[in-house]
Design a binder for this molecule. Structure first.
Ligand SMILES: CC(C)(COP(=O)(O)OP(=O)(O)OC[C@H]1O[C@@H](n2cnc3c(N)ncnc32)[C@H](O)[C@@H]1OP(=O)(O)O)[C@@H](O)C(=O)NCCC(=O)NCCS
Length: 182
């Protein structure tokens, strides 16, 4: 995964830079599903317009080089099936990133998160100036823990009351901290 590439192709997927007009596609694919939103930091979207700001913020961050968020398209159908991305852990430094992903429920269990994660870990391995790639996962999100562990991330410990997952509760949740470092 070259940093800041507009499109990244894997065997079955196309990771494509977000563009204006994606809000309705993201809404229809996964962002309106409470099961997908369960362990995410964003609330389930009620209307496609709820995502306009999300898309425009991500386009601006990509241009600024502070975050690289992609929609994930299934090549076979040319449709959006998820999203993934990395963002700087600290706004001023480009050597430590946080990784995240989510997929439409109908696509779970087909190895798409693994295929995406392999691409991002390749990006980390091929960029020696980056010393740390991290991911934070709700302690109850077992499929996501599995994806990270089988792709070489190390579970470092528990971040107590780390972040709010609003679909579950307004209370901050405990998360596992995962990383790969050099
Ligand atoms: C987590 C998520 C991204 C996984 O995507 P996916 O494409 O289904 O993942 P994969 O198919 O690549 O791998 C899933 C792995 O989890 C395993 N798994 C599924 N349910 C599990 C469970 N309850 N306990 C343990 N492992 C489980 C699968 O067996 C598979 O492992 P395997 O290949 O060794 O059999 C997807 O469920 C999702 O989008 N969830 C909602 C959003 C989310 O939680 N994102 C992550 C936030 S940190």
């Amino acid at each position: 995964m070259p940093l800041a590439e507009n499109c990244i192709e894997t065997e079955r997927l196309l990771l494509r830079r977000m563009q204006s007009g994606d809000a309705v596609l993201i809404f229809n694919s996964y962002a309106s599903d409470p099961e997908v939103a369960r362990y995410m930091v964003w609330p389930v979207a009620k209307y496609a317009q709820d995502l306009d700001r999300f898309v425009s913020v991500n386009i601006a961050a990509f241009d600024a080089g502070t975050a690289y968020e992609y929609v994930v398209e299934l090549k076979e159908t040319c449709s959006i099936i998820g999203g993934c991305g990395v963002r700087r852990a600290h706004p001023q430094s480009d050597d430590h990133y946080i990784f995240g992903y989510c997929f439409a429920r109908s696509m779970w269990g087909r190895g798409f998160a693994t295929e995406t994660t392999e691409t991002v870990t390749d990006w980390f391995k091929n960029n020696p100036s980056i010393y740390r790639l991290a991911a934070h996962v709700d302690i109850d999100n077992k499929p996501s823990c599995r994806v990270l562990e089988k792709n070489g991330f190390t579970r470092e410990g528990i971040l107590h009351r780390w972040e709010v997952h609003p679909t579950i509760s307004p209370e901050p949740r405990d998360c596992f901290s995962y990383s790969m470092v050099r």
